[in-house]
Design a protein around this ligand. Structure first.
Ligand SMILES: C[S@@+](CC[C@H](N)C(=O)[O-])C[C@H]1O[C@@H](n2cnc3c(N)ncnc32)[C@H](O)[C@@H]1O
Length: 273
């Protein structure tokens, strides 16, 4: 049921989802911070990457341009159609070994230890509301990763979602779904967004470690700027020098537990032993 709603939601997003990560300076924080930390941890510039829940393919293309081979998997056929066209336009078709419709919680099309790195970015894991399926998805991401390789998982953070309700959607605080979402992290859809499990940082860390990887770093992708879209975009547009200093400030602070905790999206960087 929730899977159908997630599929319907992303089928309706179209090109908007392709533009999400570059829409403005605030949204670019997610992409720039993610790629900054991937480059910090992946040194080889070659190997096969699985982009699980890769949607319209922005990260897959980024990896392809760097020289990696990529397999792109997503639930939504519409997202994969956009990815195909963007991959063609970007001229990296040779790097993209497979584009397949599939679920993160069933990667049985892949042998164990197939990939040199696995990424699951921008919240595909958050869209699996069922606890058992989410655990299975984590096990699957780990299973298909080679021993000694990295897994990068970013999800949507629960505290940031609650603050967003306070600032932008206060009417919803009185609705029945609010305390459920607050107490369990689970949101079953129906109010403008696809069903989601909103994570606490320690919850993501524990689930991954239970699955058998070491979490090397947790990173707040919007960090201290989280929720401050207008102010962030204004600073970037009007004060380029200050914006450069803010980016440095962001990089210096985004791994602090406070920054991770308040971020709209946070990423766990893991290594399989
Ligand atoms: C916010 S988008 C992120 C896309 C891309 N990773 C990015 O960061 O730009 C979330 C994607 O997860 C996909 N998704 C949601 N649940 C999924 C599941 N169980 N298995 C595979 N993909 C899923 C959606 O179809 C959507 O394309």
């Amino acid at each position: 049921m929730t899977e159908r709603l997630v599929r319907e939601y992303y089928s309706g997003q179209g090109i908007k989802e392709w533009k999400r990560l570059v829409r403005d300076s605030y949204h670019k924080l997610e992409f720039d911070t993610t790629t900054h930390f991937i480059q910090k941890h992946l040194h080889k510039k070659k190997g096969l990457i699985l982009d699980a829940g890769g949607g319209p393919g922005r990260y897959a293309i980024w990896f392809g341009k760097l020289g990696y081979d990529v397999v792109l998997l997503d639930l939504s056929l519409e997202m994969l159609e956009i990815a195909k066209s963007r991959i063609r336009r970007s001229g990296i078709q040779k790097r993209v070994k497979q584009i397949i419709q599939g679920l993160v919680d069933d990667l049985s099309v892949f042998e164990s230890e197939t990939f040199d790195a696995v990424v699951c970015l921008g919240g595909p894991l958050s869209h699996i509301v069922d606890d058992a399926k989410r655990e299975k998805a984590i096990d699957e991401l780990i299973r298909v990763t080679k021993k000694g390789s990295h897994i990068f998982v970013s999800v949507i953070g629960r505290p940031a979602v609650l603050v967003n309700e306070l600032i932008r959607l206060p009417k919803e605080i009185e609705l029945d779904f609010f305390p459920v979402m607050r107490d369990t992290g689970n949101y079953y859809g129906g109010f403008g967004f696809a069903p989601c499990h909103f994570f606490l940082p320690e919850e993501l860390e524990e689930s991954l470690e239970k699955g058998g990887v070491r979490v090397l770093e947790m990173v707040g992708l919007e960090g201290l700027a989280s929720g401050h879209r207008k102010e962030t975009n204004m600073l970037a547009r009007k004060q380029p020098t200050a914006w450069k200093i803010w980016w440095e400030t962001h990089l210096k602070t985004c791994t602090h537990p406070t920054s991770v905790g308040i971020s709209e999206h946070f990423m766990a960087i893991c290594k399989k032993h």
